[in-house]
Design a protein. Structure first.
Length: 197
C-alpha cells in the first residue's frame, strides 16, 4: 500500500522541485502554493517563511536521497566494500544532482546572509564526517578523522563543479573518478593489510 503524503510533505516536495528547477530567488511563495495546491494559510501553517520552507525542503530531500544508500550499506560486512560503496554513492549523488547541489549552495549562502542558525548545516556535516571516520577506522586506516574531512571536502568540490558546470557530467568518467577516490583514500591501505605489512 502506498503511503499518502501529508500536506507538509506535498509542500516540501513541490518546493524542492521548484527551487531545483530554477533558483531560490526566482521562485515565489505563490508559485509553490499554486503548484502544491494549498492555500497561503495552509503553507504558513507549516512554515514561517520562504527561507524556512526552502531550508527544510533541502534537508528533507537530502535525507530521502540518502535513506536507501545508507540502508544498503548496513548489509555489507566488509569495511572496505562498505567504504567503497559509500564513495561510489557520494560521487554519483554529487555528479547526478547538480541542481540539488546548486540549491544547497544557494540556501547555505542565504543562511549566512540572514545570520541564521547554522546548527542544521553543522549537524549534517558532522554526521557525514562521523560516518566516514568510522568507516576509515574500521578499515584500520590511520588518521581517520582527517581523512574523512579531506574526502568530504574533495567530494564537495566535485559537487560544486558539477553544480556550476553541469556539462562536466558528460565529460567526466564517473567510474574512473570513483576508482581514483577509492585508491587515493583506501586502496593502498587495503593492499598493505592484505599483504600483512
Amino acid at each position: 500500500m502506498v503511503k499518502k503524503r501529508t500536506t507538509k510533505e506535498r509542500i516540501l516536495n513541490t518546493a524542492f522541485e521548484l527551487f531545483t528547477s530554477s533558483s531560490y530567488n526566482k521562485i515565489s511563495i505563490d508559485d509553490i502554493i499554486k503548484k502544491a495546491g494549498v492555500s497561503k494559510g495552509g503553507l504558513f501553517h507549516h512554515f514561517n517563511s520562504k527561507y524556512d520552507l526552502a531550508r527544510e525542503a533541502l534537508f528533507y530531500a537530502v535525507k530521502n536521497l540518502w535513506d536507501e544508500p545508507m540502508a544498503d550499506l548496513e548489509s555489507i560486512k566488509s569495511p572496505y566494500k562498505k567504504l567503497k560503496k559509500l564513495i561510489n554513492y557520494s560521487v554519483d549523488i554529487a555528479i547526478k544532482n547538480p541542481k540539488m547541489i546548486k540549491f544547497f549552495i544557494d540556501i547555505h549562502e542565504e543562511t549566512l546572509k540572514k545570520g541564521e542558525d547554522a546548527e542544521p548545516w553543522l549537524e549534517f556535516f558532522i554526521q557525514y564526517i562521523e560516518t566516514l571516520r568510522k568507516m576509515f577506522d574500521d578499515c584500520k586506516i590511520p588518521n581517520p578523522q582527517i581523512k574523512a574531512m579531506i574526502l568530504l571536502v574533495s567530494l564537495d568540490a566535485v559537487g560544486f563543479e558539477a553544480a556550476h558546470f553541469p556539462e562536466l557530467e558528460d565529460t567526466m568518467d564517473r567510474e574512473q573518478l570513483k576508482h581514483e577516490f577509492y585508491e587515493i583514500f583506501v586502496g593502498n591501505y587495503a593492499k598493505l593489510l592484505q599483504r600483512g605489512d
